[in-house]
Write a protein that binds this ligand. Structure first.
Ligand code: SF4
Ligand code: SF4
Length: 463
C-alpha cells in the first residue's frame, strides 16, 4: 500500500503518462461536464413539476445523463495519471475547503433530507422519474423510499468507481470498495425490492441491531415470525446471529473494519461519496472527548430502550403504556432521521465524511469497544521511516492523529478507527500497516488485561 512512482505498475490507460497530478479538463471532461449539467437541469425541471419525457425516456434524460456525465468526468480525471497518492489541490477547491460551494452543497442536501423525511410530496416529480425502474424491479410504482434508495445506490456506485481509480495503487482499497458497492447494490437495494415483489417483509440483511434497532424490538420480531412462509423467522434468526455471534467473532479477528469499511451502507456512502471530504474531520482533543460521550450515550439509550421494551412486552404492555410507542418514535426521529441522515450526510462538505459513524452510531460504539479491548486488529507503525509529512492524520476520516503514533512507533489501537486503510494508502513511506495479529494481548501495554483497561478508560483514561 505504499506510494509508487512506477508508471508501469498501475497498468492500462491509467498509467500511460507519467503525470502525478490529475491533468486539466480536456475534451472528454468538458463533454462529460456538459452531459452531467444537462442531466442536472432535467432533474431540477422534473423536481419543479415540468415534464421532461415519459417512462424510460425521462429516466434516461435525468439519471442516465447524470451517470454518463459523472463516469466520463471521473475516468478522464484519473486517466493518464500515475497510481499513488492524490492530494494535489485538495484545499484549493472551494467545495472541499468549506467555502461557499461547500455550504451550498450542504444546504442542498439538507433540503433534500427535510423533504424526504417530512414533506415527500415535494419530491413527487423526481420520484415519478424512477417509476420504470420500480416497475421493473418491484412491479409497483416508485415511492420516496425507493427514490432515496436509488439515489443512495447510484452515489455509492459512481463515487466507488472514483475511489477505485484514485486508490488503484492499493489492492486493499480496491477490494473493500468493491465490497461496499456489492453490499449496497445487491443487499441494500435490489434484495429489498425483490422481497417486496414476493410479498415478503421489508428487511435489510446488511443492517443489524443496534444500527437498525427495530430488528430486536419485540413487536417487530413477532411480526416477522408471524409472516407466512417462514422467511420472516429466518430474518429474525439472521438478525440475532449477526448481532450476538457475527459481531463479536468477526470483530475479534478483524476489528470493526469488517463491518464499517466493508459492509455497512452508511460507511459505504462515507467511503465513496464522502471521500472528497475526509480531510475535514476534526482531530482536536475536544472533538475526541465529545465523541466518547456522544456515541456511548446513543448506545446506552438504544440498549436501555430495547431492554425496557422487552420487559414491557413480558408485562403485557402495561409497564410503559404509550411511552413504548413514543420512545420508538422519538429515537427514530432524533437518531435515524436527524443524526444519521440530516447531520450525518448533509454535513459531509463541512465537517467531514464520518460524522454519524464517529459521533453517534451505536453499532460503531459496540464494535469500537470490542476493537479496543478484545480484537487482534491493530495498525502497526514503523517509526524510523516516518518523515512527519502528516498525510495520514490529514486524511483520517475519524480525526485520529495517526502521525503522533507513527512518530513514536506505537501501534494504533483506537476504538474509533474504522480500518479504512486510507492513512496507509496515502503514506509516502509505507509506515502504516493494517494487521490482524495472533492475539489481542500484544497490541499495547495493558492489552492483556482488557477488563482493567476498560475500567481505566471509564475513569477518563485514553482509548
Ligand atoms: S487510523 Fe487509518 S484506518 Fe483508521 S480510520 Fe483513520 S485513516 Fe482509516
Ligand atoms: S506515517 Fe507516513 S503519512 Fe504519516 S506522517 Fe509519517 S510518513 Fe507521513
Amino acid at each position: 500500500m505504499s506510494y509508487t512512482t512506477d508508471a508501469a505498475s498501475s497498468g492500462g490507460v491509467f498509467s500511460s503518462a507519467a503525470r502525478n497530478d490529475p491533468h486539466g479538463p480536456g475534451l472528454v471532461r468538458r463533454v462529460s461536464i456538459l452531459v452531467f449539467s444537462t442531466g442536472l437541469l432535467m432533474f431540477f425541471l422534473a423536481a419543479v413539476g415540468q415534464t421532461v419525457g415519459t417512462g424510460w425516456q425521462a429516466f434516461g434524460l435525468t439519471f442516465g445523463l447524470l451517470t454518463v456525465g459523472s463516469l466520463g468526468w471521473v475516468i478522464d480525471t484519473y486517466r493518464g495519471t500515475l497510481a499513488g497518492i492524490k492530494n494535489h489541490g485538495t484545499y484549493q477547491l472551494g467545495v472541499q475547503n468549506r467555502k461557499w460551494p461547500a455550504w451550498f452543497l450542504g444546504i442542498f442536501i439538507t433540503a433534500f433530507y427535510i423533504a424526504y423525511y417530512w414533506w415527500p410530496q415535494y419530491l413527487e416529480g423526481v420520484t415519478r422519474l424512477t417509476d420504470p425502474l420500480s416497475q421493473l424491479l418491484r412491479h409497483a410504482p416508485a415511492d420516496h423510499w425507493f427514490l432515496y434508495g436509488w439515489i443512495y445506490t447510484v452515489a455509492v456506485l459512481l463515487m466507488g468507481v472514483r475511489m477505485i481509480l484514485r486508490y488503484r495503487h492499493s489492492r486493499y482499497q480496491m477490494i473493500r470498495t468493491l465490497s461496499l458497492m456489492f453490499f449496497q447494490l445487491l443487499v441494500a437495494f435490489l434484495l429489498p425490492s425483490w422481497l417486496r415483489l414476493l410479498n415478503q417483509p421489508d428487511f435489510y440483511f446488511s443492517y443489524f441491531w443496534p444500527l437498525q434497532p427495530k430488528y430486536l424490538y419485540p413487536g417487530e420480531i413477532r411480526n416477522l415470525i408471524q409472516h407466512p412462509g417462514g422467511l420472516g423467522t429466518f430474518m429474525v434468526v439472521w438478525g440475532a446471529t449477526a448481532t450476538f455471534l457475527a459481531t463479536p467473532i468477526l470483530t475479534y479477528f478483524f476489528g470493526k473494519r469488517w463491518y464499517c469499511s466493508w459492509v455497512c451502507g452508511c460507511g459505504g456512502l462515507a467511503e465513496t461519496a464522502g471521500d472528497p471530504f475526509r480531510h475535514l474531520s476534526n482531530s482536536s482533543t475536544a472533538a475526541w472527548k465529545f465523541e466518547r460521550w456522544s456515541i456511548h450515550t446513543v448506545l446506552v439509550i438504544v440498549t436501555l430502550g430495547t431492554v425496557l421494551l422487552w420487559i414491557n412486552d413480558a408485562a403485557g404492555g402495561g409497564l410503559l403504556g404509550s411511552a413504548a410507542f413514543h420512545f420508538k418514535k422519538a429515537y427514530g426521529f432524533v437518531v435515524a432521521s436527524i443524526l444519521a441522515g440530516l447531520v450525518g450526510v448533509a454535513a459531509y462538505p463541512v465537517w467531514g465524511s464520518r460524522i454519524w459513524c464517529r459521533f453517534f452510531c451505536p453499532m460503531a460504539a459496540i464494535l469500537g469497544i470490542f476493537q479496543r479491548y478484545l480484537s487482534r486488529f491493530r495498525i502497526t507503525t514503523n517509526g524510523d521511516q516516518c518523515i512527519s509529512c502528516g498525510n495520514c492524520t490529514t486524511y483520517c476520516e475519524m480525526g485520529i492523529d495517526v502521525r503522533s503514533y507513527a512518530q513514536r512507533g506505537a501501534n494504533i489501537v483506537r476504538a474509533s478507527c474504522v480500518g479504512c486503510g486510507v492513512c496507509s494508502a496515502v503514506c509516502p513511506r509505507g509506515v502504516l500497516n493494517l494487521e490482524n495479529g495472533d492475539s489481542y494481548k500484544d497490541r499495547f501495554p495493558g492489552a492483556d488485561r482488557p477488563w482493567e483497561e476498560f475500567q481505566r478508560s471509564l475513569r477518563g483514561g485514553g482509548g
